[in-house]
Write a protein that binds this ligand. Structure first.
Ligand code: SF4
Ligand code: FES
Length: 255
C-alpha cells in the first residue's frame, strides 16, 4: 500500500568540473513510496525550480534499467541499497520515514564530475572502441541462429552481455578497477564462435586501454559484483585474465 515518507537529502552539488563541490541539505516531505528514486529527485527539482534555485543535475535516459545512464552513490552504495537494481528502478518503499540519504556522484579517477551527480563515463566508451569490430558476417537473425552453440555457452555469453555499462563496478571498487565491465564485454564475445577471430587482439587492446585511462587493477574485493545492477559474476574477471594471458603468449600481430 502506498504511503508517504519524509526524508533528509544530503546531495553533492558541484557547479562544474573545476568547482570544489559541497554537500547541500534538503528536507523533502510527503514523498510517495510508489515513486522511483529518480522521480523523487524530479519532485525535489520541481520544488527547487519553483524557488528559483538550480535543480540537481543527474543522468538518466530509459528509466527501465537497460540504458546504463543512471547511477549515483546512495549512502555509500552505487545504485543504492537494493541488490541487482539500477537507481532508476529503485523505489522509495525501500527507505524509511525520517531517513537521511547521502547522494553523491560515482567517484573514480577516470570519471570526472561534470555537474552535481553527472560524471563523464566516456572512458568506458573508449575501452569498448579499443575492442574493435567483429569480422564474422553472420547475416540476418535466421542465419546467425544456424550456428550451433551449446545452451551452457549461450547462457554464459548472454549473462555477460547483460552488462549495461553503468560504471557502478568502477565506483564501488577501492582501486577504481573496470575489470568487471571489461570482463563482461570480453566474455560475451570470447565465448561465442563469432567473437573468436579477434578475441586475442580484443583482450590485449581493451586491457591496455583500461590501464591507459587510469582504471586500477582487480584486488579481489568483490565490491563490483556486490553492487552490479545486472549481477554480473566475477567469473568474467577470471575469464578476462585467462584471455589476456592466452593472448599475451600466443598473439604476435603488432597492435
Ligand atoms: S559490470 Fe555491472 S556494474 Fe559494471 S558496468 Fe556492467 S552492469 Fe554496470
Ligand atoms: S536510466 Fe537507463 S538504466 Fe537507469
Amino acid at each position: 500500500m502506498s504511503k508517504s515518507i519524509n526524508l533528509t537529502l544530503k546531495i553533492w552539488r558541484q557547479k562544474g568540473p573545476d568547482d570544489k563541490g559541497r554537500i547541500e541539505t534538503y528536507e523533502l516531505k510527503d514523498v510517495s513510496t510508489d515513486l522511483s528514486f529518480l522521480e523523487m529527485l524530479d519532485v525535489l527539482n520541481e520544488r527547487l525550480m519553483l524557488e528559483g534555485k538550480e535543480p540537481v543535475a543527474f543522468d538518466h535516459d530509459c528509466r527501465e534499467g537497460i540504458c546504463g545512464m543512471c547511477g549515483s552513490v546512495v549512502n555509500g552504495i552505487p545504485h543504492g541499497p537494493e541488490k541487482g537494481t539500477t537507481l532508476c528502478q529503485l523505489h522509495m518503499r525501500h527507505f524509511k520515514d525520517g531517513e537521511t540519504l547521502v547522494i553523491e556522484p560515482f567517484r573514480a579517477r577516470a570519471f570526472k564530475v561534470i555537474k552535481d551527480l553527472v560524471v563523464d563515463r566516456s572512458a568506458m566508451d573508449e575501452i569498448i572502441k579499443a575492442g574493435g569490430y567483429i569480422s564474422v558476417n553472420t547475416g540476418g537473425a535466421p542465419e546467425a541462429n544456424t550456428i550451433p552453440i551449446s545452451p551452457d555457452v549461450a547462457e554464459r555469453a548472454m549473462d555477460a552481455a547483460a552488462c549495461i555499462g553503468c560504471g557502478a563496478c568502477v565506483a564501488a571498487c577501492p582501486n577504481a578497477s573496470a575489470m568487471l565491465f571489461v570482463g563482461a564485454k570480453i566474455s560475451h564475445l570470447a565465448l561465442l564462435p563469432q567473437g573468436k577471430p579477434e578475441a586475442a587482439r580484443r583482450a590485449l587492446s581493451m586491457q591496455r586501454k583500461m590501464d591507459e585511462l587510469g582504471f586500477g587493477n582487480c584486488g579481489n574485493e568483490r565490491e563490483c559484483e556486490a553492487v552490479c545492477p545486472k549481477e554480473i559474476s566475477i567469473t568474467n574477471i577470471a575469464r578476462l585474465n585467462r584471455e589476456y594471458i592466452k593472448a599475451s603468449f600466443g598473439y604476435q600481430e603488432d597492435l
